[in-house]
Design a protein around this ligand. Structure first.
Ligand code: 3Y8
Ligand code: NAP
Length: 249
Protein backbone atom coordinates (compact mmCIF):
# COMPACT_ATOMS: atom_id res chain seq x y z
CA UNK A 1 0.00 0.00 0.00
CA UNK A 2 1.50 3.31 -1.17
CA UNK A 3 2.11 5.83 1.57
CA UNK A 4 3.98 8.87 0.21
CA UNK A 5 5.79 11.56 2.18
CA UNK A 6 6.07 14.91 0.36
CA UNK A 7 8.75 17.25 1.69
CA UNK A 8 6.93 20.40 0.62
CA UNK A 9 6.99 24.15 0.76
CA UNK A 10 7.01 24.99 -2.96
CA UNK A 11 4.71 25.54 -5.92
CA UNK A 12 5.71 22.15 -7.32
CA UNK A 13 4.99 20.37 -4.02
CA UNK A 14 1.54 21.97 -4.00
CA UNK A 15 0.80 20.84 -7.56
CA UNK A 16 1.85 17.28 -6.63
CA UNK A 17 -0.33 17.32 -3.50
CA UNK A 18 -3.35 18.35 -5.58
CA UNK A 19 -2.91 15.51 -8.07
CA UNK A 20 -2.28 12.87 -5.39
CA UNK A 21 -5.40 13.98 -3.51
CA UNK A 22 -7.44 13.82 -6.74
CA UNK A 23 -6.13 10.30 -7.46
CA UNK A 24 -6.75 9.17 -3.88
CA UNK A 25 -3.10 8.19 -3.47
CA UNK A 26 -2.30 8.17 0.29
CA UNK A 27 0.27 10.86 1.10
CA UNK A 28 1.40 13.18 3.88
CA UNK A 29 2.57 16.77 3.21
CA UNK A 30 5.41 18.06 5.37
CA UNK A 31 6.25 21.69 6.21
CA UNK A 32 9.27 22.83 8.23
CA UNK A 33 7.09 25.33 10.11
CA UNK A 34 9.03 28.35 8.83
CA UNK A 35 6.04 30.68 8.42
CA UNK A 36 3.03 31.55 10.58
CA UNK A 37 0.30 30.39 8.20
CA UNK A 38 1.50 27.87 5.66
CA UNK A 39 -0.83 27.26 2.75
CA UNK A 40 -3.49 24.64 3.52
CA UNK A 41 -3.14 21.38 1.57
CA UNK A 42 -5.68 18.77 0.29
CA UNK A 43 -3.64 16.12 2.15
CA UNK A 44 -2.86 15.43 5.81
CA UNK A 45 -0.14 17.90 6.87
CA UNK A 46 2.68 17.61 9.42
CA UNK A 47 4.68 20.66 10.52
CA UNK A 48 8.20 20.85 12.01
CA UNK A 49 11.60 19.24 11.67
CA UNK A 50 12.05 15.48 11.97
CA UNK A 51 15.18 15.70 14.15
CA UNK A 52 17.94 15.24 11.59
CA UNK A 53 18.67 12.13 9.55
CA UNK A 54 17.93 9.74 12.42
CA UNK A 55 14.63 11.44 13.16
CA UNK A 56 13.55 11.26 9.52
CA UNK A 57 14.62 7.60 9.19
CA UNK A 58 12.61 6.79 12.31
CA UNK A 59 9.60 8.73 10.95
CA UNK A 60 9.73 6.74 7.70
CA UNK A 61 9.68 3.43 9.57
CA UNK A 62 7.10 4.48 12.20
CA UNK A 63 4.69 5.74 9.52
CA UNK A 64 5.31 2.91 7.01
CA UNK A 65 6.28 5.46 4.35
CA UNK A 66 6.77 3.66 1.02
CA UNK A 67 8.12 6.59 -1.06
CA UNK A 68 9.55 10.05 -0.39
CA UNK A 69 9.30 12.95 -2.85
CA UNK A 70 11.64 15.79 -1.92
CA UNK A 71 9.79 18.76 -3.41
CA UNK A 72 11.53 21.30 -1.20
CA UNK A 73 13.16 24.46 -2.52
CA UNK A 74 16.60 24.23 -4.25
CA UNK A 75 18.06 26.20 -1.32
CA UNK A 76 16.69 23.76 1.27
CA UNK A 77 20.01 21.93 1.01
CA UNK A 78 20.05 20.51 4.54
CA UNK A 79 16.62 18.94 4.18
CA UNK A 80 17.54 17.45 0.82
CA UNK A 81 20.81 16.03 2.11
CA UNK A 82 19.02 14.54 5.14
CA UNK A 83 16.38 12.98 2.89
CA UNK A 84 19.05 11.21 0.83
CA UNK A 85 20.75 9.79 3.93
CA UNK A 86 17.54 8.84 5.75
CA UNK A 87 15.96 7.13 2.72
CA UNK A 88 19.15 5.14 2.19
CA UNK A 89 19.12 4.07 5.85
CA UNK A 90 15.41 3.19 5.85
CA UNK A 91 15.61 1.66 2.34
CA UNK A 92 12.75 3.87 1.10
CA UNK A 93 12.76 5.05 -2.55
CA UNK A 94 13.45 8.81 -2.89
CA UNK A 95 12.96 11.16 -5.82
CA UNK A 96 13.34 14.94 -5.92
CA UNK A 97 10.74 17.06 -7.72
CA UNK A 98 12.79 20.08 -8.66
CA UNK A 99 12.87 22.88 -11.19
CA UNK A 100 15.72 24.01 -13.44
CA UNK A 101 17.79 27.06 -12.54
CA UNK A 102 16.91 30.32 -14.28
CA UNK A 103 19.28 31.37 -17.08
CA UNK A 104 19.99 34.93 -18.15
CA UNK A 105 18.50 35.80 -21.52
CA UNK A 106 18.28 38.76 -23.91
CA UNK A 107 19.08 42.03 -22.19
CA UNK A 108 19.42 40.58 -18.70
CA UNK A 109 22.21 42.19 -16.66
CA UNK A 110 23.07 39.42 -14.20
CA UNK A 111 26.13 39.08 -11.98
CA UNK A 112 26.41 35.48 -10.65
CA UNK A 113 27.73 34.81 -7.15
CA UNK A 114 28.22 31.38 -5.57
CA UNK A 115 26.31 31.83 -2.28
CA UNK A 116 24.85 34.32 0.22
CA UNK A 117 28.27 35.31 1.61
CA UNK A 118 29.57 36.07 -1.89
CA UNK A 119 26.46 38.19 -2.49
CA UNK A 120 27.24 40.19 0.67
CA UNK A 121 30.81 40.75 -0.52
CA UNK A 122 29.57 41.81 -3.97
CA UNK A 123 27.57 44.59 -2.28
CA UNK A 124 30.76 46.36 -1.20
CA UNK A 125 30.75 49.92 -2.49
CA UNK A 126 28.74 53.13 -2.41
CA UNK A 127 25.17 53.21 -1.15
CA UNK A 128 22.47 51.97 -3.54
CA UNK A 129 18.78 51.14 -3.39
CA UNK A 130 18.70 47.33 -3.27
CA UNK A 131 15.68 44.99 -3.57
CA UNK A 132 16.83 42.17 -1.27
CA UNK A 133 14.28 39.50 -2.29
CA UNK A 134 15.88 36.54 -0.50
CA UNK A 135 13.46 36.16 2.41
CA UNK A 136 14.20 36.45 6.11
CA UNK A 137 16.53 33.65 7.15
CA UNK A 138 19.79 35.19 5.91
CA UNK A 139 19.12 38.90 6.39
CA UNK A 140 21.60 39.31 9.22
CA UNK A 141 24.48 38.50 6.85
CA UNK A 142 23.64 41.62 4.83
CA UNK A 143 24.11 43.86 7.89
CA UNK A 144 27.79 43.76 6.86
CA UNK A 145 26.78 46.21 4.10
CA UNK A 146 24.67 48.76 6.03
CA UNK A 147 25.32 51.59 3.57
CA UNK A 148 22.55 50.49 1.21
CA UNK A 149 18.83 51.29 1.35
CA UNK A 150 17.20 47.82 1.30
CA UNK A 151 13.72 46.84 0.20
CA UNK A 152 12.83 43.57 1.95
CA UNK A 153 9.97 41.22 1.04
CA UNK A 154 8.99 38.88 3.87
CA UNK A 155 6.29 36.25 4.29
CA UNK A 156 5.50 37.34 7.86
CA UNK A 157 5.77 40.60 9.83
CA UNK A 158 9.34 40.68 11.21
CA UNK A 159 9.81 40.67 15.01
CA UNK A 160 13.16 42.48 14.78
CA UNK A 161 15.09 43.96 11.88
CA UNK A 162 18.85 43.59 11.65
CA UNK A 163 19.19 46.03 8.74
CA UNK A 164 19.22 49.72 9.80
CA UNK A 165 18.13 51.25 6.54
CA UNK A 166 15.26 49.31 5.02
CA UNK A 167 11.64 49.23 3.88
CA UNK A 168 9.63 46.04 4.46
CA UNK A 169 6.90 44.56 2.29
CA UNK A 170 4.98 41.67 3.87
CA UNK A 171 3.81 39.52 0.98
CA UNK A 172 3.98 35.87 0.01
CA UNK A 173 4.25 34.77 -3.62
CA UNK A 174 3.62 33.73 -6.28
CA UNK A 175 4.32 37.26 -7.56
CA UNK A 176 3.51 39.00 -10.87
CA UNK A 177 5.74 40.96 -13.26
CA UNK A 178 3.39 43.95 -13.16
CA UNK A 179 3.45 43.96 -9.37
CA UNK A 180 7.22 43.69 -9.22
CA UNK A 181 7.72 46.38 -11.91
CA UNK A 182 5.57 48.72 -9.82
CA UNK A 183 7.61 47.87 -6.72
CA UNK A 184 10.96 48.44 -8.46
CA UNK A 185 9.75 51.79 -9.84
CA UNK A 186 8.11 52.91 -6.59
CA UNK A 187 11.32 52.33 -4.60
CA UNK A 188 13.61 53.42 -7.48
CA UNK A 189 15.54 50.15 -7.14
CA UNK A 190 19.07 50.08 -8.58
CA UNK A 191 19.87 46.38 -7.93
CA UNK A 192 17.80 43.21 -7.37
CA UNK A 193 19.36 40.43 -5.25
CA UNK A 194 17.82 37.00 -5.94
CA UNK A 195 18.42 33.34 -5.22
CA UNK A 196 18.44 31.18 -8.32
CA UNK A 197 15.31 29.40 -7.11
CA UNK A 198 13.88 28.54 -10.51
CA UNK A 199 10.21 27.88 -10.97
CA UNK A 200 7.48 30.40 -11.62
CA UNK A 201 6.64 31.76 -8.17
CA UNK A 202 9.66 34.01 -7.74
CA UNK A 203 10.73 34.89 -11.28
CA UNK A 204 8.52 38.02 -11.56
CA UNK A 205 11.25 40.25 -10.14
CA UNK A 206 13.67 39.06 -12.84
CA UNK A 207 11.21 39.76 -15.65
CA UNK A 208 10.53 43.17 -14.09
CA UNK A 209 14.26 43.90 -13.75
CA UNK A 210 14.84 43.01 -17.42
CA UNK A 211 11.96 45.24 -18.56
CA UNK A 212 13.32 48.16 -16.52
CA UNK A 213 17.01 47.56 -17.28
CA UNK A 214 17.86 46.96 -13.61
CA UNK A 215 20.87 44.71 -12.86
CA UNK A 216 20.48 41.48 -10.85
CA UNK A 217 22.86 39.87 -8.35
CA UNK A 218 22.01 36.16 -8.84
CA UNK A 219 22.93 33.72 -6.06
CA UNK A 220 23.64 30.25 -7.47
CA UNK A 221 21.95 27.31 -5.77
CA UNK A 222 23.91 24.97 -3.49
CA UNK A 223 25.13 21.70 -5.00
CA UNK A 224 23.41 18.56 -3.69
CA UNK A 225 24.48 14.90 -3.52
CA UNK A 226 23.31 12.68 -6.39
CA UNK A 227 19.61 11.60 -6.29
CA UNK A 228 16.81 10.78 -8.71
CA UNK A 229 15.56 14.14 -10.02
CA UNK A 230 12.16 14.55 -11.66
CA UNK A 231 10.89 17.75 -13.24
CA UNK A 232 7.12 17.27 -13.41
CA UNK A 233 4.19 15.83 -11.49
CA UNK A 234 3.60 13.44 -14.40
CA UNK A 235 7.13 12.09 -13.98
CA UNK A 236 6.44 11.56 -10.26
CA UNK A 237 3.30 9.52 -11.05
CA UNK A 238 5.34 7.47 -13.53
CA UNK A 239 8.07 6.97 -10.92
CA UNK A 240 5.45 5.80 -8.38
CA UNK A 241 4.03 3.31 -10.89
CA UNK A 242 7.55 2.14 -11.81
CA UNK A 243 7.69 -1.63 -12.48
CA UNK A 244 8.56 -3.42 -9.28
CA UNK A 245 7.00 -0.72 -7.13
CA UNK A 246 3.62 -2.08 -6.00
CA UNK A 247 1.23 0.88 -5.74
CA UNK A 248 -1.28 -1.26 -3.96
CA UNK A 249 -3.99 1.40 -4.31
C1 3Y8 B 1 7.18 27.69 4.58
C2 3Y8 B 1 4.82 27.70 2.51
C3 3Y8 B 1 2.73 28.47 -3.64
C4 3Y8 B 1 4.11 28.23 -3.23
C5 3Y8 B 1 4.70 29.44 -2.59
C6 3Y8 B 1 8.27 28.67 -4.84
C7 3Y8 B 1 7.32 29.83 -4.85
C8 3Y8 B 1 6.02 31.57 -3.68
C9 3Y8 B 1 8.82 32.69 -4.12
C10 3Y8 B 1 10.69 37.03 -3.52
C11 3Y8 B 1 11.16 35.61 -3.25
C12 3Y8 B 1 11.83 33.17 -0.89
C13 3Y8 B 1 10.88 32.59 0.20
C14 3Y8 B 1 9.79 32.42 -1.83
C15 3Y8 B 1 8.93 31.95 -2.81
C16 3Y8 B 1 6.92 30.37 -3.46
C17 3Y8 B 1 6.23 29.33 -2.56
C18 3Y8 B 1 8.14 30.72 -2.60
C19 3Y8 B 1 10.84 33.45 -2.06
C20 3Y8 B 1 6.32 29.62 1.35
C21 3Y8 B 1 6.00 28.62 2.44
C22 3Y8 B 1 7.07 28.55 3.31
C23 3Y8 B 1 8.07 29.40 2.82
C24 3Y8 B 1 9.40 29.56 3.47
C25 3Y8 B 1 10.14 30.73 2.94
C26 3Y8 B 1 11.55 30.95 3.52
C27 3Y8 B 1 12.10 31.99 2.48
C28 3Y8 B 1 11.47 31.53 1.17
C29 3Y8 B 1 10.17 33.68 0.99
C30 3Y8 B 1 3.51 28.31 2.09
C31 3Y8 B 1 5.40 30.82 1.34
C32 3Y8 B 1 12.56 34.40 -0.42
C33 3Y8 B 1 12.84 32.11 -1.39
O1 3Y8 B 1 10.16 34.01 7.00
C34 3Y8 B 1 10.77 32.94 6.70
O2 3Y8 B 1 11.40 32.24 7.54
C35 3Y8 B 1 10.74 32.49 5.27
C36 3Y8 B 1 11.54 31.46 4.94
C37 3Y8 B 1 12.34 29.68 3.56
C38 3Y8 B 1 13.62 32.00 2.34
C39 3Y8 B 1 14.35 32.70 3.45
O3 3Y8 B 1 15.56 32.49 3.53
O4 3Y8 B 1 13.67 33.47 4.21
N1 3Y8 B 1 10.40 30.61 1.53
N2 3Y8 B 1 7.69 30.05 1.70
C40 3Y8 B 1 7.66 26.31 4.15
C41 3Y8 B 1 7.80 25.36 5.36
O5 3Y8 B 1 7.54 25.77 6.51
O6 3Y8 B 1 8.14 24.18 5.11
O7 3Y8 B 1 2.88 28.95 2.96
O8 3Y8 B 1 3.17 28.15 0.92
C42 3Y8 B 1 6.32 28.90 0.02
C43 3Y8 B 1 6.75 29.63 -1.19
N3 3Y8 B 1 7.63 30.58 -1.23
O9 3Y8 B 1 2.32 28.00 -4.71
O10 3Y8 B 1 1.92 29.12 -2.88
O11 3Y8 B 1 7.79 27.54 -4.99
O12 3Y8 B 1 9.47 28.89 -4.65
N4 3Y8 B 1 9.85 31.91 -0.58
C44 3Y8 B 1 13.48 32.46 -2.74
O13 3Y8 B 1 13.07 31.85 -3.74
O14 3Y8 B 1 14.35 33.35 -2.73
C45 3Y8 B 1 10.34 34.90 -2.18
O15 3Y8 B 1 10.24 37.71 -2.56
O16 3Y8 B 1 10.80 37.47 -4.69
P1 NAP C 1 16.84 23.60 5.21
O1 NAP C 1 17.69 24.71 5.67
O2 NAP C 1 17.32 22.71 4.12
O3 NAP C 1 16.41 22.65 6.42
C1 NAP C 1 16.77 22.92 7.77
C2 NAP C 1 15.95 21.98 8.64
O4 NAP C 1 14.58 22.37 8.56
C3 NAP C 1 15.93 20.53 8.13
O5 NAP C 1 17.09 19.84 8.50
C4 NAP C 1 14.66 20.01 8.77
O6 NAP C 1 14.82 19.85 10.17
C5 NAP C 1 13.73 21.20 8.58
N1 NAP C 1 12.97 21.14 7.34
C6 NAP C 1 13.22 21.76 6.17
N2 NAP C 1 12.24 21.55 5.28
C7 NAP C 1 11.33 20.73 5.89
C8 NAP C 1 10.10 20.15 5.50
N3 NAP C 1 9.55 20.39 4.29
N4 NAP C 1 9.45 19.34 6.40
C9 NAP C 1 9.97 19.13 7.64
N5 NAP C 1 11.14 19.68 8.08
C10 NAP C 1 11.80 20.46 7.21
O7 NAP C 1 15.40 24.15 4.79
P2 NAP C 1 14.94 25.68 4.53
O8 NAP C 1 15.75 26.26 3.44
O9 NAP C 1 14.85 26.34 5.89
O10 NAP C 1 13.45 25.46 3.97
C11 NAP C 1 12.40 25.22 4.88
C12 NAP C 1 11.12 25.07 4.11
O11 NAP C 1 10.86 26.26 3.35
C13 NAP C 1 11.09 23.91 3.13
O12 NAP C 1 9.78 23.38 3.10
C14 NAP C 1 11.37 24.58 1.80
O13 NAP C 1 10.80 23.86 0.71
C15 NAP C 1 10.67 25.90 1.98
N6 NAP C 1 11.24 26.96 1.14
C16 NAP C 1 12.55 27.30 1.33
C17 NAP C 1 13.08 28.31 0.52
C18 NAP C 1 14.50 28.77 0.69
O14 NAP C 1 14.86 29.77 0.07
N7 NAP C 1 15.29 28.09 1.50
C19 NAP C 1 12.26 28.93 -0.46
C20 NAP C 1 10.92 28.52 -0.60
C21 NAP C 1 10.41 27.53 0.20
P3 NAP C 1 15.26 18.44 10.87
O15 NAP C 1 16.72 18.31 10.59
O16 NAP C 1 14.92 18.62 12.31
O17 NAP C 1 14.45 17.36 10.20
Amino acid sequence: MTNLLILGGTTEANALAKILAEHGIPAIYSYAGRVDNPRPQPLPVRVGGFGGVEGLARYLKDHAITHVVDATHPFAAQMSANAIAACREAEVPLAALTRPAWRAQGKDRWQHVSDIDAAVTALTGPARRVFLAVGRMHLEEFAAQPQHRYLLRLVDEPYTLTLPNCDVIVSRGPFTEAGDRALIQQYDIELVVSKNSGGTGARAKLDAARALGVPVLMIDRPTLPQRTELSSVTQVLGWLAHPGVNLGV
